[in-house]
Design a protein around this ligand. Structure first.
Ligand SMILES: Cn1cc(C(=O)NCCCNC(=O)c2ccc(F)cc2)ccc1=O
Length: 116
């Protein structure tokens, strides 16, 4: 029991900064393409091109439901979201530009978090 309690405490320590970064990503001016899953009725080719869709609301739910065991699991879903965006969108499109801006912001906050 004691070990599992310590593991629970260690997991909370690892994931707490993830909540903080996710708060900031959701509040970012250029978060609008990522707040909800891509609407596949609006973009019918999306599911054919993107095999593993990911968005901030899905990441928030997975974090709240305890799906992420480590902060790297969390980071992997964010990187998936950004790779999907580069795959589906031109770099100079509004969504493409928002994706690059959000990724730059995330990468800098993540480095601060890991590097303390
Ligand atoms: C990641 N990605 C997003 C889109 C995309 O067009 N996404 C929604 C645009 C319209 N949605 C909004 O503007 C909006 C959504 C939620 C919200 F709270 C406020 C505004 C297209 C391709 C792609 O790869």
């Amino acid at each position: 029991l004691k070990r599992s309690l310590n593991q629970a405490i260690a997991k909370e320590k690892d994931l707490a900064p993830c909540r903080e970064i996710l708060d900031q990503l959701e509040a970012h001016d250029e978060a609008w393409p990522f707040l909800l899953p891509v609407n596949t009725k609006q973009f019918p080719t999306y599911k054919k091109i993107i095999r593993s869709p990911m968005d901030l609301s899905t990441i928030r739910k997975k974090l709240n439901d305890g799906i992420y065991k480590t902060r790297d699991d969390f980071c992997a879903d964010l990187q998936l979201m950004f790779v999907n965006c580069v795959t589906f969108n031109e770099d100079d499109s509004p969504v493409g530009k928002a994706g690059h801006s959000m990724k730059t912001f995330f990468d800098s906050r993540w480095a601060e978090l890991i590097a303390h």
